[in-house]
Design a protein around this ligand. Structure first.
Ligand code: F0G
Length: 464
């Protein structure tokens, strides 16, 4: 398999522009980066990577946000809102309950449009400007479309997004709409939207800004740089493992590329590279299928379904870049159920971290692999949460408690909030109806109110 963790340095080819070129990950063919548009290899149609004459070191990084890492990017600056510099939350109670040495949550939902996509778009839209293209387009489960619309608007460019009809969370469509994208709803899933937009790009109708575009992943590499830098600052060492949700496997590929570049410059030792661990929803898990069967290729799933609509994807186009990342870092991949995802979403919310369902898959995956012993108690772990809670308000309402109606009267409100029994019973009933399928609760579902109250208290104290 190509894309080894430690590759010999490359000399700059004649086609390079200021030390930057495109290279096929399979046949090695090299292309000028900004003369013609290439999404895949013109010779063999495999994926392309952006390559640089100089690999970055930590000393090269200065400033903040994505463009702090411009020594590892094709330009000095891009179309910015700005993005990156997201929090790496501590979650002490969750860490203790799951049982790992350290646990941090890298919350990419804190980017300007509420998802990690902004990191890719700040670079991708800058490349589009350099190429002088007209209309920008993407297929999307929602977040890419929101980011494309916002960055397109910022860059004063026309945007077109193709979405799977009825399967995109409300917040994301609202963003794409208000930022001025033309929205086409396709009667198919994400993978068919991507097929169509790739064909439109092939015809020269649009400039494709899905993660198939190698420049998008350059911006997303900066998630890896930020995690390494901040973890080192806090603990004097890099994390053992990064657990992340997988859809198209762009982030998995991008993090692996960040680590390879630091290994190439000598800034990071091979032994210090975090183990990449991908998590998919059970109803859309072709990568997990490939990893668990030790395959080098992913087989497309035509029928996919999950509450985590952001990762409702059956054909992860970046798998040829991401699978080596998982294998060469000693990682793995695991599938989690929708209920496990919702439980994890509640647990993160209980620690004050609001994420959309796909994001919570990382925590659900950690919990599962820790329970099975595949992740050890001595590991330092970072879970990536990819999108903000407000992206999918319907899922948040489903997972959370309901508002309690009260009369328009202070005395009645006082009575309501201080009437312990009523309040407790009401809130308990709510919790039970919301989480009756939770593994923590079956014992209390059939019990009397006293027993249920104890269960309720246990739930509240676990819920962090
Ligand atoms: N998490 C969220 C919130 C996402 O929106 C996506 C992908 C992923 C995880 C998966 O990341 O593709 O790098 O493995 N969303 C794309 C979109 C497909 O159209 O918004 P990946």
């Amino acid at each position: 398999m190509s894309l080894e963790l430690s590759a010999p340095p490359q000399s700059e080819p004649a086609c390079a522009d200021d030390g930057v070129w495109l290279e096929c990950i399979d046949c090695g063919e090299q292309f000028a980066p900004f003369e013609e548009i290439h999404y895949t290899c013109a010779d063999c149609d495999s994926l392309l990577e952006v390559r640089y004459a100089d690999a970055p070191t930590f000393e090269d990084f200065e400033g903040s946000g994505v463009w702090r890492y411009n020594a590892a990017l094709p330009f000095e600056e891009g179309v910015t809102l700005p993005e990156g510099d997201t929090p790496l939350h501590e979650v002490p109670r969750l860490r203790e309950e799951i049982g790992v040495d350290s646990l941090r949550i890298k919350h990419e939902g804190m980017n300007p449009t509420g998802a990690f996509k902004d990191r890719g778009m700040t670079v991708g839209v800058a490349v589009a400007k350099e190429l002088g293209v007209g209309r920008l387009a993407c297929a999307s489960t929602g977040n890419t479309s929101a980011a494309l619309a916002a960055y397109g608007a910022r860059g004063d460019m026309e945007t077109l997004v193709l979405l799977p009809k009825g399967k995109v969370a409300a917040g994301k469509i609202a963003q794409a709409s208000l930022h001025g994208a033309r929205i086409l709803e396709v009667d198919g899933n994400f993978d068919s939207c991507l097929d169509i937009v790739q064909e439109l790009a092939g015809l020269g109708e649009v400039y494709l800004l899905n993660s198939l575009n190698p420049f998008r992943l350059e911006g997303q590499k900066t998630i890896g740089f930020e995690i390494l830098e901040e973890h080192y600052q806090d603990y004097g060492e890099y994390p053992d493992r990064i657990v992340l949700p997988v859809g198209n496997a762009g982030n998995t590929a991008a993090l692996y590329k960040a680590f390879r570049e630091l290994v190439a410059s000598g800034a990071l030792d091979e032994s210090e590279v975090p183990t990449l661990t991908g998590v998919q929803a059970e109803g859309a898990a072709p990568m997990v299928d490939a990893v668990q069967n030790g395959r080098d290729e992913v087989e497309r799933w035509d029928d996919v379904e999950t509450r985590a609509t952001a990762i409702r994807i059956g054909n992860p186009v970046n798998a040829p870049k991401a699978l080596p990342g998982i294998y060469n870092t000693g990682g793995t991949a695991v599938a989690v159920s929708d209920d496990e995802i919702t439980d994890a979403q509640r647990q993160l919310a209980g620690a004050g971290i609001g994420v959309e369902p796909a994001s919570a898959a990382s925590l659900a995956g950690l919990r599962k692999l820790r329970a099975s012993g595949e992740i050890g108690a001595d590991e330092s772990v970072v879970c990536l949460t990819t999108g903000h809670l407000l992206k999918d308000p319907d899922a948040a309402f489903e997972a959370g408690g309901d508002p309690e109606p009260v009369p328009n009267d202070t005395d009645a409100v006082l009575e309501h909030i201080n009437d312990g029994n009523d309040t407790m019973a009401g809130r308990l009933a709510q919790q039970l109806s919301k989480v009756a399928d939770s593994s923590a609760l079956p014992a209390i579902v059939g019990g009397g109110l006293g027993l249920a109250y104890l269960g309720y208290r246990a739930l509240r104290s676990d819920d962090n």
